[in-house]
Design a binder for this molecule. Structure first.
Ligand code: DGY
Length: 326
């Protein structure tokens, strides 16, 4: 019998794909720094049974409908806004993700951005590199306190809970806004539910953790930034499309908010000419929320395991379109 064929859109360590190679023919995109071109991917996937993707691969209806053998799309991310879920579901294709294993790591990064922005870590290093550090000054590189301030978490899911837990160690007051009020989480983490507007008005730090949906697209716009305190620090580790970047830049340039720490952008990767890079008070990292060796290894393993399960006739360990049945 012909072996199933699995296509992987990124270079993955040999030892991680071992379990797949035992049961399938595996082909992998070999580009060093360049992403697999869409037309090439379409051809490669036309006969595939399974597809291993990452969050920057757009798997739209044209790719799915051109792949009649496809049984599973396994995305190495908790988010899955890059995949056309309804078309996949219509064709009974499992769409898998990697939830939970990245919660603490992503919360760490959110906090790292918060602290770097508040305490001007990147600016401070640049100041030394540029040779400006001549003496100690009472107000040299002063930032803002983190402890005893108010943190506003927008999107209180599993990563939000981990962020709230970290905030309690800093004696912060935690506000959150979510589609639904989560009483158990609120009590356990001493986090208070409030409306989006109230959170924007009261929080010193605002962390966006929302997944990208039609409701969350462009949520942080001119009107949202204008409601924040002038001293507010905005952190985004959710999705770039939730933020209208021109409005964020305007708010930063005009002192409507104090600074920002960003892991995600509307169009990734951003170039080194992006206007956000011209603002000293902004800390930018290249979508590395889950990027630790421990977590990325677990994510790759789960992405592979989800495929192995389907190829062996079992349900995947983590999948998002529950209407698909074996
Ligand atoms: C995800 O997995 O969706 C995150 O954006 C990774 O950092």
């Amino acid at each position: 019998m012909k072996q199933p064929y699995v296509y992987i859109t990124k270079k993955i360590p040999k030892e991680v794909i071992g379990p797949l190679e035992k049961i399938a023919t595996v082909k992998m995109w070999n580009g060093e720094s360049e992403k697999v071109p869409v037309e090439f991917l379409k051809r490669e996937v036309a006969n595939a049974t399974a597809l291993f993707t990452t969050l920057d691969d757009t798997i739209d209806h044209s790719i799915i409908e051109n792949s009649p053998q496809l049984k599973v799309i396994s995305n190495m991310a908790v988010g899955y806004d890059n995949i056309d879920i309804s078309t996949a579901t219509k064709h009974s294709i499992f769409v898998c993700n990697t939830p939970d294993i990245l919660n603490d790591t992503t919360a760490d990064l959110a906090f790292a951005l918060l602290m770097s922005s508040a305490r001007r870590i990147v600016e401070g290093q640049q100041f030394i590199k540029d040779g400006y550090w001549k003496d100690w000054g009472p107000l040299l590189m002063v930032g803002r306190d983190i402890h005893h301030k108010t943190l506003g978490i927008v999107g209180m899911g599993r990563i939000g809970e981990k962020v709230a837990k970290r905030a309690t160690g800093f004696d912060m007051e935690v506000l959150y806004h979510n589609r639904t009020k989560r009483d158990s989480v609120g009590e356990a983490l001493n986090a208070t539910y409030c409306s989006f507007d109230e959170l924007l008005e009261k929080a010193d730090f605002i962390i966006n953790l929302l997944p990208l949906t039609d409701e969350t697209r462009n949520k942080f716009d001119e009107s949202a930034f204008s409601k924040m305190k002038n001293t507010a620090i905005f952190i985004n580790v959710g999705r770039g499309m939730s933020v209208v970047e021109e409005d964020l830049i305007y708010a930063l340039q005009n002192g409507e908010i104090a600074s920002a720490g960003l892991d995600v952008y509307r169009h990734e990767p951003i170039s080194n000419q992006h206007p956000l890079l011209k603002l000293d008070q902004v800390v930018l990292v290249p979508h590395i929320g889950s990027a630790t060796i421990e977590t990325r290894t677990k994510m790759m393993q789960l992405t592979v395991q989800n495929i192995v399960n389907v190829l062996e006739g079992k349900y995947p360990e983590a999948y998002v379109n529950k209407d698909v049945k074996l």
